[in-house]
Ligand binder design. Sequence first.
Ligand code: F3S
Length: 64
Amino acid sequence: MYAEVDKDTCIGCGACPDICPEVFKMEDDGLAAAYKNPVPSEFEDSAKEAADGCPVDAIHIDTD
Ligand code: F3S
């Protein structure tokens, strides 16, 4: 599974690294990035939770 943050959509709310710091982090530009791809299987559920929790749907999950 892969996770990607659409930087054009992210508003930097910071929720995703709060929910799943193992996969998401805030970068110097104030926006989030997914820094661990493919997402380790033990973090897939929390990464999906982070995607569901993003207020602007900026996180895309690819389950291939
Ligand atoms: Fe950005 Fe959504 Fe995360 S707005 S900081 S991708 S929860």
